[in-house]
Design a protein around this ligand. Structure first.
Ligand code: L34
Length: 288
């Protein structure tokens, strides 16, 4: 069993991006600039956005964090997005999800200028991605593709089961892995909460992407010998330690790992790759 080390891979890619930034600076170019909007006080969101800010600093990007209380109006938030859309100093913009229930995530997503949508959530970018055209690809699926690529994992002709059909992970992941590309060329099955006999599907899978957000969902008896398992889940579960919680993936690691050829850990797997994808997209946005 080989651990797919997202943290180490992300660090490699950070060094690559930092070299590109050095070159931009030495040629008198403009440093890529990411703006992030964080609404409310959700602990996990604060951590993730904090990691994004830190990663920007590590590669030499500029970043601006706009923090607002959870009771701001949708109108106010849309006005802030409009301002950033029109700010030539800023190359990329993300609005960290989830948003408070009174704000429409769809409206917010669609308000972001597609050319600054480094999350790749705007319908224009999603549409282009589905057609296999150049676009910003949403961060988690892109990060997983990059991880498969860097570990040289064969995907062509493989049976791939995706568990979860979210717009930001499951759906784009299914799409990318089924495309004529490398990594890609998989036979993809998308499973979800209404799937009958899920285990029948997962037992046939050469590659499983678990992205449903149910801690410890994928058990040892659901995975065939030699499978590649990617764990996207990252749930905070109460624990008796300093932080008061532990991070638990969607995969019951101790049972599943011994059967795998490759598996991602949680933390240190998909999470750091998500952050890197955002940096990569911001670099592309700045180069345009
Ligand atoms: N707009 N909202 C927008 N864009 C995104 O790309 C996200 N996502 C998801 C939630 N909402 C979003 C993230 O940033 C999930 N996500 C994310 C980002 C980073 C990490 C996990 C999820 C991460 O850094 N994970 C670390 C551990 C983090 C911790 O200590 O809590 C890891 O090693 O997995």
């Amino acid at each position: 069993m080989i651990l797919l080390d997202g943290k180490a891979t992300a660090d490699d890619i950070k060094r690559e991006i930092a070299l590109v930034v050095d070159k931009i600076v030495s040629e008198g170019g403009k440093v890529p600039h990411l703006a992030a909007i964080l609404v409310g006080e959700d602990g996990a969101s604060q951590t993730y956005v904090g990691h994004k800010e830190k990663a920007c600093a590590q590669v030499g990007f500029r970043s601006t964090l706009l923090r607002f209380p959870s009771d701001i109006s949708e109108e106010f938030l849309l006005a802030q997005i409009d301002k950033i859309n029109n700010d030539n100093e800023i190359d990329g913009l993300i609005v960290q999800l989830p948003l408070p229930p009174h704000i429409s995530e769809q409206k917010v997503t669609e308000a972001i200028d597609p050319s600054k949508d480094v999350d790749g959530f705007h319908p224009v970018n999603v549409g282009k991605m589905v057609l296999g055209l150049q676009s910003f690809v949403s961060a988690t699926p892109w990060g997983i593709i990059e991880l498969l690529k860097r570990y040289d994992i064969e995907t062509s002709g493989k049976n791939c089961v995706i568990i979860g059909r979210s717009n930001i992970v499951g759906r784009p992941m299914a799409n990318l892995l089924s495309q004529k590309s490398k990594p890609g060329d998989c036979t993809v099955t998308m499973c979800h909460s209404r799937t009958k006999d899920l285990r029948e599907h997962t037992l046939k899978a050469d590659i499983i992407v678990a992205a449903l957000g149910v801690p410890g969902f994928l058990k040892g008896d659901m995975v065939k010998e030699g499978a590649v398992v990617i764990d996207v889940g990252i749930t905070r579960v109460k624990a008796d330690n300093k932080s008061g919680f532990r991070l638990i993936g969607d995969v019951l690691f101790d049972e599943v790992a011994p059967k795998c050829s490759y598996i991602t850990p949680v933390p240190g797997g998909v999470g750091p790759m998500t952050i890197i994808s955002l940096l990569k997209n911001t670099l592309i946005a700045a180069e345009k």
